[in-house]
Design a protein around this ligand. Sequence first.
Ligand SMILES: Nc1ncnc2c1ncn2[C@@H]1O[C@H](COP(=O)(O)OP(=O)(O)OP(=O)(O)O)[C@@H](O)[C@H]1O
Ligand SMILES: [Mg+2]
Length: 222
Amino acid sequence: MIIANNLSLVYPDKTQALIDVDLNIKAGELVYITGPSGSGKTSLLKLFMGIEYPSTGSLSVMGKPIKNNSKGNIRKIRRNIGPVFQEFKLIKGRTSLENVMIGMRFLGLTPKCIKKEANEALEKVGLGHKKLSKVEHLSWGETQRVAIARAVARKPSLILADEPTGNLDYDNAINILGLLKSFRNENTTVIITTHATHLIMEEQNATFISVDGGRIRIERKG
Ligand SMILES: Nc1ncnc2c1ncn2[C@@H]1O[C@H](COP(=O)(O)OP(=O)(O)OP(=O)(O)O)[C@@H](O)[C@H]1O
Ligand SMILES: [Mg+2]
């Protein structure tokens, strides 16, 4: 699913965000990425999505290389990724359903099919009753659920969630993690960055990547 060899990322201002990362994440893994602020967690997810490119070393996602000159590949890869990122804000003034549908525009589905799948995704995250609510009228937890519905509606093979538990209280954070985990299956890999290490410690069947100063350490449980 994701293979990295000797992967490093240096930003244009010379910040060394990731150093010598070796990874082999298999289809169907549940992966938690933890580490201090500024350690490189978001940078790693951005590489997986082709938002950033490796400075040195190699990275392939779903069998396709992530390189500066592979825009076509990256478009194809992204169709198969469901991102839950703070930067991909929901569109204000639009309903939950419209927001989920907008995320499905470029998949080549018919409008009818888009609407059906978007409705199903909102049901899955428990927000069927809010589908016609404008997103700015939702609670923060509900907003996160719409973002997750938008990410999963296209039935991605890879779900990337960056700090999905940020700003949520304990119960809501547990709920959101549980929801994200529920999309994991043999074909769907779920990768979550989180500061909430206390919520994931007990997890018995998962891969833990801890990032510190751009270097990673991997531990597989179960
Ligand atoms: N576009 C950028 N240009 C330059 N430096 C950047 C850029 N994005 C991130 N960085 C730097 O790269 C390092 C890693 O940042 P990153 O956002 O990956 O950390 P993080 O682990 O996600 O932190 P947080 O827990 O606060 O979200 C930090 O030193 C950060 O300041
Ligand atoms: Mg981050």
